[in-house]
Design a protein around this ligand. Structure first.
Ligand SMILES: *Cc1c(COP(=O)(O)O)cnc(C)c1O
Length: 365
């Protein structure tokens, strides 16, 4: 049996450190915006190379509050990718704006800057690129568009903690970066958690008010806010794992490269590492016309596999009206052929080889 993710291995490797730090936090009883949240925000900002990092309750909230702080309002249009998790688009709807889905690059699965350029209107206020599966989006092309048309960029970094472009971390490039610490993410906590990054002091101040009931001082509420704070106990776990994030991502890259070296000879298209930035393999997503056969063979051997994402957002029922009749051929072709293999830092080379042997049996057998 090989699962898609194995959270136990990572916990057990640092169990003593996490358990004792958690017990200390329980004794300290500073559960809301306590010392570990503050320390984690500083440590994460230093790692990511940003001036400010503000913890919040989830990646979805990070996108939502990030859009508000970036000034996106009712009636605005926000250009994004249809090939992502639903939360990217939910956040746009939460602020009353309209998601405009444009097609993706068939090699990187990330938003295609030329398609973005063609979709810009008078109403366009922002772009949300997603660094999908851990591969950085083409930020320099998007930044050029943002500068030319006076648009904000909110980076969806839920899958890309630790990925960089020429040494610049994802989440440090746009106006705002939004991270998720959902347990299976590259940096995951033991529940829900999120982080918003920015180099703009005003945006950071606004985010701290927004996440805490619109309050800049206890019982003084300047605007409608939210209860969206990063939990103190989750911050304890994140601090322990942040110290090891480079090691975790190196483990993911080892697995990814081992898969790719073997799959290229089997008529399967491995993920494209095109030099835009460092891929941190949140998912290992390949393209194949034999998806059903390969998945059936893997399942028969109790090996995990999954399709991220089978239904692009413009074809989701929730957008049935707003996206009626829209076709995005590259996205649709990728969604029909994409599949993901197990990947996590602790996955052993022998297990990768076992998985590859099953796939080889299908495509060459
Ligand atoms: C996980 C994820 C989110 C949402 O994060 P949560 O912490 O689960 O709210 C947003 N965008 C993408 C691309 C994700 O993968």
């Amino acid at each position: 049996m090989i699962p898609m993710v194995n959270l136990k291995g990572q916990y057990h490797a640092i169990k003593e450190e996490i358990d004792s730090a958690l017990l200390a936090a329980l004794e300290a009883t500073q559960f809301i915006l306590g010392p570990n949240v503050r320390a984690f925000e500083e440590e994460a900002a230093a790692y990511l190379g940003v001036k400010h990092a503000v913890g919040c309750a989830s990646g979805t909230d990070a996108l939502h509050l990030g859009l508000i702080a970036a000034g996106v309002k009712e009636g605005d249009e926000v250009i994004t990718t249809p090939f992502t998790f639903i939360a990217t688009a939910e956040a746009i709807l939460y602020v009353g704006a309209r998601p405009v889905f444009v097609d993706i690059d068939p090699r990187t699965f990330n938003i295609d800057p030329e398609q973005v350029a063609a979709a810009i209107t008078e109403k366009t206020k922002a772009i949300i690129p997603v660094h999908l599966f851990g591969q950085p989006a083409d930020m320099s092309a998007l930044q050029a568009l943002a500068t030319q048309h006076d648009l904000k960029i909110v980076e969806d970094c839920a899958q890309s903690f630790g990925a960089d472009i020429d040494g610049k971390q994802t989440g440090s490039i746009g106006e705002v970066g939004a991270f998720s610490f959902f347990p299976s993410k590259n940096l995951g906590c033991f529940g829900d958690g999120g982080l918003i990054t920015t180099n703009d002091e005003k945006i950071a101040e606004h985010l701290r008010v927004l996440r805490n009931h619109g309050s800049w001082k206890q019982y003084h509420h300047s605007e409608l806010g939210f209860n969206s704070r990063l939990d103190e106990l989750q911050a304890v776990i994140l601090r322990a794992k942040l110290k090891r994030i480079d090691q975790y991502n190196a483990g993911r890259r080892r697995v990814g490269h081992r898969y790719s070296a073997a799959l290229a000879d089997m008529g399967i298209t491995p993920p494209h590492e095109d030099g835009i930035g460092k891929h941190v393999y949140h998912q290992y997503a390949l393209l194949t016309d034999r998806r059903d056969d390969i998945m059936a063979a893997l399942r028969a051997k109790e090996i995990g596999c999954a399709v991220y994402y089978p239904i692009p957002l413009h074809q989701q029922q929730v957008f049935a009206e707003s996206c009626k009749g829209q076709t995005l051929p590259v996205t649709e072709s990728v969604a029909a052929r994409v599949m993901s293999l197990p990947i996590f830092p602790e996955l052993a080379d022998e297990q990768v080889d076992e998985i590859l042997a099953v796939i080889r049996g299908v495509v060459l057998g």
